[in-house]
Design a protein around this ligand. Sequence first.
Ligand SMILES: [Zn+2]
Length: 258
Amino acid sequence: MLITVMGLVIAERDIGENDRFIDILTAEYGVVEIGVKGARKLTGKSNACTQLFSYAKFCFSKRADRYYLNSCEPVRSFYNLRLDMRKLALAGYFVEISKYCVTTGQSAKDVMSLLLNTLHMLSEGLRSEAFLKSVFEMRFMSEIGMLPQLIGCRDCYSYESDEMFFMIDRSCLLCGEHFYGRDFEENYYHVRLTKTVLHTLRFICLTDMKRLFNFKIGEGSQRLLNEVTEKYILAHLSRSFKTLDFYKKICEDETDIQ
Ligand SMILES: [Zn+2]
């Protein structure tokens, strides 16, 4: 049986002398692993299609419980990512998260369009890296069903008190009164939000995908937003990501040089 599907290459590994396995993210089947025979000898478009971040139409068939590539037709390569080490590292983080969370056989339409839109924005330099990182982290978690409760305080449902705290580890908000009212303890995962950051978090989680990138945020708010979204994703996926550590290392090194 021949399967034809649009897919984005989110991982690649060479096997032996000639062969390659690629993982593609698809809207219909989630992540699919495909063997590419003689990949090292491929030239032109077949070679381009089987590289990381390539978006293409893949045609493959099943043999002995594995999928093997028959042909492919390139659509988009996000080539600009390769010209910038930081962008490349950040894109690597986005695809690592996707590979970790999306399983085979599960529809991934919304994750796929989030990832494609984010890579487009990053590759074309249409939004800052910090902006795209926080939008991707938070929206990704919502898309995979790990949306925090951001409507109001967990205890009194207050939508917007003078002070609002995000209990990142518990995925909920507390107003100032209920935050200070409990047995107070300093906690890395309990962060006081500004109104701007609270509104932005709600927007990222709940707005239509078409409008997701259509907002502006100041530098200070962006910093707080990034702290919150990164803590949220790492806390709830209960792990770290090498690609994220690498991206942050590059950013730090660049700051040291300046
Ligand atoms: Zn309250």
